[in-house]
Design a protein around this ligand. Structure first.
Ligand SMILES: [Zn+2]
Length: 208
């Protein structure tokens, strides 16, 4: 069996036809351009079991749907052009095969630490933009502190300067708001709720 150009073309035609039947939108709606902004719309990703596991951009979501890896569960009214196919902008997609997601092994990165700490200085509680925050080693590196989930917190610059190379035990006026922990399923879900706050279609999957 050959998988030549014709097969690919036929497949595209097929999915195009499917999209048309699926949406049954009036012709006028198909004029909506696929703007760069729309392609970045956050899409909730569910596991095959309907458990929310991630958030991705609309572009990535459409790729997953077109590849047959995921199926659109909820969609917006907007129509997007993706790979020469007109498709409704997805709001929620679901993976067709169950994937085991190790939540504890999420990448340790500045972005994820700030997400976990909700852009809040863990010493004084001020909420700032990501650019205005720094990361603080609870046990300073100079004193053997490691770069781990348990030893890194979001911190404002004044608190960071004040703490310097001291240990918390040596400071009477500085305390952590809460114990730093690895990214948990609970944290991920909280973040998903915050990002999906404006999208009513996410609600039934996130239980709020
Ligand atoms: Zn602070």
């Amino acid at each position: 069996m050959s998988l030549g150009k014709n097969t690919v073309h036929a497949r595209k035609q097929k999915s195009l036809a499917k999209c048309h039947t699926m949406t049954q939108a009036p012709a006028a709606e198909f004029r909506t351009p696929a703007s760069h902004h729309a392609m970045q719309t956050p899409v909730l990703v569910l596991n095959a079991s309907y458990e929310p596991i991630n958030i991705c951009g609309a572009r990535r979501a459409l790729v997953l749907v077109l590849k047959g890896v995921a199926k659109t569960e909820e969609e917006h009214d907007a129509i997007l052009h993706a790979a020469r196919v007109l498709m409704p902008l997805p709001s929620v997609i679901r993976l067709l095969e169950y994937r085991r997601i190790p939540h504890q092994t999420r990448a340790l990165s500045r972005k994820n630490i700030l997400l976990r700490d909700r852009n809040t200085c863990q010493y004084c509680g001020v909420v700032l933009t990501a650019g205005e925050l720094t990361l603080d080693h609870v046990i300073p590196r100079s004193r053997g502190g490691l770069s781990t989930w348990e030893n890194l917190v979001a911190c404002c610059h004044p608190c960071n300067r004040r703490k310097g190379n001291q240990l918390l035990g040596e400071l009477t006026d500085m305390k952590l708001l809460r114990e730093p922990r690895p990214f948990s399923l609970h944290t991920s879900r909280h973040i998903m709720r915050m990002i999906g706050h404006s999208d009513q279609k996410w609600r039934k999957y996130l239980y709020y």
